[in-house]
Design a protein around this ligand. Structure first.
Ligand SMILES: CC(=O)[C@@H](O)[C@H](O)COP(=O)(O)O
Ligand SMILES: NCC(=O)COP(=O)(O)O
Length: 241
């Protein structure tokens, strides 16, 4: 069984486009849970381009599965997370001008900052995941800072220019998932996964959970959110069958 974390960021993107109170990310999260989501992922960005603090506060009380809060490693976000106490937090890199996440967290370069954040969050009872590129040195650093979970960045795989390049990225993800799993980490994966590229990632036996959002929200425009979630969950389970 491989778990699906549904990222609801881009339901909030549509809401923020006009500053209305619809579509509701809260409603989307509850529908996703009813449709097979094992967790709800939401990224509280520093620029609040989509998810707002209020969304996190409300959902923390309403979710029946798990909240996986994504955030940058900043004092503001770590303090907020320690107050809200999501089940999981995934620490991600952020650049204000980025269109979306561009790569994994550089745990090596920001070792002391990430280590201190991991300690604070763990002491607050929150399970810490680090969003990293599929590289052994970053995985080793994640272990050294005490994170029990990593999320492998699948963006380079998803955005590969040729099928050969995509196959090479897939092999890297496969080998790094096995590397991390053999060293005691829970291995998740995500970013830019969709209905045509998820199966090979879901097939990797060491991967416990996929976090997928943009593609589900996009498909929901045509078939509804419940069906879009169900289809992705089914696709993932079939990959493991
Ligand atoms: C870390 C990651 O890949 C996503 O979970 C992240 O939320 C992407 O950022 P946007 O949702 O703002 O595109
Ligand atoms: N961490 C990846 C995630 O939560 C969803 O990313 P995407 O599917 O919106 O690209």
């Amino acid at each position: 069984m491989i778990a699906l974390g549904v990222n609801i960021d881009h339901v909030a993107t549509l809401r923020q486009a006009r500053g209305t109170d619809y579509p509701s990310p809260i409603k989307a999260a509850l529908v996703a849970e009813e449709s097979g989501a094992d967790a709800i992922t939401l990224h509280l960005r520093e620029d609040r381009r989509h998810i707002q603090e209020e969304d996190v506060i409300i959902l923390r009380e309403r979710l029946k599965t798990r909240m996986n809060l994504e955030s940058a490693v900043t004092e503001e976000m770590i303090s907020f997370a320690c107050r809200i106490k999501p089940h999981d937090i995934c620490l991600v890199p952020e650049r204000r001008e980025e269109l979306t996440t561009e790569g994994g967290l550089d745990v090596i370069r920001h070792f002391d900052q990430v280590s201190a954040a991991c300690k604070r969050l763990t002491e607050a009872g929150i399970r810490v995941s680090l969003f990293v590129d599929a590289r052994a040195d970053q995985i080793d650093a994640a272990i050294r800072v005490g994170a029990p979970v990593i999320e492998l960045h699948t963006g380079h795989y998803a955005d590969a220019a040729t099928s050969e390049a995509q196959q090479a990225e897939l092999e890297t993800i496969r080998s790094m998932a096995a590397y991390a799993f053999s060293r005691g980490l829970q291995v998740n994966a995500g970013h830019s996964l969709h209905y045509q590229n998820t199966t090979p990632i879901a097939f990797i036996p060491e991967i416990t959970e996929l976090n997928i959002g943009h593609a589900i929200v996009a498909r929901a425009l045509f078939i509804g959110f419940a069906q879009a979630v169900r289809e992705m969950k089914t696709l993932m389970q079939e990959a493991r069958a």
